[in-house]
Design a protein around this ligand. Sequence first.
Ligand code: ATP
Length: 248
Amino acid sequence: KTEDALLEVTNIEVIYNHVILVLKGVSLHLAKGGITALLGGNGAGKTTTLKAISNLLHSERGEVTKGSIRYRGRPVQGLDPAAMVKSGVIQVMEGRHCFEHLTVEENLLTGAYTRHAGRSEIEADLEKVYAYFPRLKERRKSQAGYTSGGEQQMCAIGRALMSKPETILLDEPSMGLAPQLVEEIFGIVKDLNEREGVSFLLAEQNTNVALRFAHYGYILESGRVVMDGPAAELRENPDVKEFYLGVS
Ligand code: ATP
């Protein structure tokens, strides 16, 4: 509805294996230039929502059976994932998903595959990624499978950046990482948002961290949005405090 909505998900239903109804009418808006958090516990439907947007449900035997998904006003349902990347939306999957046998730098370079860019342009972009993630530069010749969990998460984000996305769908970046690294990664997400104008839809179980960095949040429970609002308001909401922030 708002003019600056980049992504509009309207009342989508997702069914797995023709029978398992997992999303029961989810609607959300992603503001241009914002960081939007998609919150909720294990199994609430966060990953499913992201995969519905980036058209990655097919391999999971999942299907959007109702509702609509629009990016920049254009329906994007049914586009193949590569076409989605070309239109500016890329997903960083939960669990990092680097190519373990490739070096960090080779992983980053695979991120540029949908572009028709010359070598010097790609090299400049690589340097830009390294400027945000100096650790990746240090580790650029290392096989990705032998780098730490935090470095693999950085590598996965860096690879996504190489596609020059307008929007990144980031699934559980904090998963399995020590608090200090979580801060570091969210700090970089914030910088990318502020300096490069990348919009983020961030699925997180770690409500506390996500609401500190996001501008707006949606809370999912059992495949439904049960609450949404500006992050600052959600942080002060008594129910959110009690059920998601672990304080009452
Ligand atoms: P998590 O943090 O564990 O990823 P989530 O909020 O991202 O949680 P989803 O992964 O979207 O949740 O899962 C939502 C529900 O859909 C869960 O009940 C899950 O068991 C179910 N589900 C996910 N993938 C499939 C699948 N391929 N086939 C059947 N059911 C699935």
